[in-house]
Design a protein around this ligand. Structure first.
Ligand SMILES: NC(=O)C1=CN([C@@H]2O[C@H](COP(=O)(O)OP(=O)(O)OC[C@H]3O[C@@H](n4cnc5c(N)ncnc54)[C@H](O)[C@@H]3O)[C@@H](O)[C@H]2O)C=CC1
Ligand SMILES: O=C([O-])CC(=O)C(=O)O
Length: 347
């Protein structure tokens, strides 16, 4: 969406006025009503993500929930000239209202990393937050698609699945771990190294969302670059796996990726909305319930449709380096998944 707005605005210097083009892009005549909630909307990711969802013409109602500060964020965003009606909700008493009638719930609620921490160090706090938010989702909007951003994603997605199973509302087609930022990073790093325009690049990223569980498949990158050595691919893989830590270190105690995550989260939610609306061939990578390996959850390309996941695509041909990476990531990913499941089943 953003790309087409940008390129059309660029074209507008020689043609129609930018106001006219914006009106065309933001016109909602044919888009169905869609309510989207952001839980954790006042946070570092939540605020820019709420802004980007306000700019999305496929959204008709934007529901912003947090335990604090949402009235201000909602009032601010509500003045923007797009279709959606914005409402802010604060505190558990208002969570039901925030969720009622939602088509998509995006969850960036929870604490971020500080330097020296890994994503699993967030488990103790974020597991409880995710569990209580998913309990409310099961009650107030059991049919919504859930886009889980809160870390550790490798465990929070299994937590959500178990909460929904307990409530009797689990539909594996509707639960997504958001791994889009890994794809966003892999594309940027690959385009820089291969010296190709990033706009035309695609790189699938599979596995999970922490350290070596993040496995970019540069052998399947498009366009294929002939100028990259084995060492280049190794370095690109490592940089993609450490992309989150690169930001955590650069922010020096002020949190983790927020702006690039909001961008990635907005692209993924837009893909989910397009799938719900029946747009054909919407394919993005996501951490979902899966049979493509022996692990019960796995990130890979997923076709999105009117009911959420339409098809989990298999891994395709892997290079020897990627095959090795796949085997190496399985034990860590398996144990993070089991930790999430146990958190709910043994509580
Ligand atoms: N999946 C991914 O690729 C990425 C995930 N993350 C994760 O996203 C999460 C949020 O990160 P930031 O926005 O930077 O953190 P932040 O601390 O800036 O914002 C988190 C927000 O969650 C809210 N919150 C806490 N408990 C809540 C509850 N029970 N209900 C609703 N809201 C609640 C807080 O009030 C705060 O506004 C972290 O766990 C972080 O690790 C961050 C970047 C990438
Ligand atoms: O690194 C972190 O803690 C946040 C995150 O998941 C990312 O930026 O990929």
């Amino acid at each position: 969406m953003l790309r087409s707005i940008q390129s059309s605005l660029r074209r507008s210097t020689t043609g129609a006025s930018s106001t006219h083009l914006l009106r065309r892009f933001y016109s909602s005549d044919s888009a169905p009503e869609r309510k989207v909630a952001v839980l954790g909307a006042a946070g570092g990711i939540g605020q820019p993500l709420a802004l980007l969802m306000k700019l999305n013409p496929l959204v008709s109602k934007l529901s912003l929930y947090d335990i604090a500060a949402t009235p201000g964020v909602a009032a601010d965003i509500s003045h923007i000239n797009t279709r959606s009606e914005v409402n802010g909700y604060m505190g558990e008493d208002q969570l039901g209202k925030a969720l009622e009638g939602c088509d998509i719930v995006i969850i960036p609620a929870g604490v971020p990393r500080k330097p020296g921490m890994n994503r699993d160090d967030l488990f103790n706090i974020n597991a409880g937050i995710v569990k209580s938010l998913c309990t409310a989702i099961a009650k107030y909007c059991p049919h919504a698609l859930v886009n889980m951003i809160s870390n550790p994603v490798n465990s929070t997605v299994p937590i959500a699945a178990e909460v929904f199973k307990k409530a009797g509302t689990y539909d594996e087609k509707k639960l997504f771990g958001v791994t889009m930022l890994d794809v966003v990073r892999a594309k940027t790093f690959y385009a820089e190294k291969a010296k190709v325009p990033v706009e035309g690049v695609n790189v699938p990223v599979v596995g999970g969302h922490a350290g070596i569980t993040i496995l970019p498949l540069f052998s399947q990158a498009t366009p294929q670059a002939n100028n990259l050595s084995y060492e280049d691919i190794e370095a690109l893989t490592k940089r993609t796996q450490d992309g989150g830590t690169e930001v955590v270190v650069a922010k020096a105690g002020m949190g983790s990726a927020t702006l690039s995550m909001a961008y990635a989260g907005a692209i993924f939610a837009d893909a989910c909305l397009k799938g719900l609306n029946g747009v054909p061939d919407v394919v993005e990578c996501s951490f979902v319930q899966s049979c493509i390996t022996e692990l019960p959850f796995f990130a890979s390309k997923v076709r999105l449709g009117k009911n959420g996941v339409e098809e989990v695509l298999d891994l395709g041909p892997l290079s020897d380096y990627e095959k090795q990476g796949l085997e190496s990531l399985k034990p860590e990913l398996k144990s993070s998944i089991e930790k999430g499941i146990k958190f709910v089943t043994e509580s």
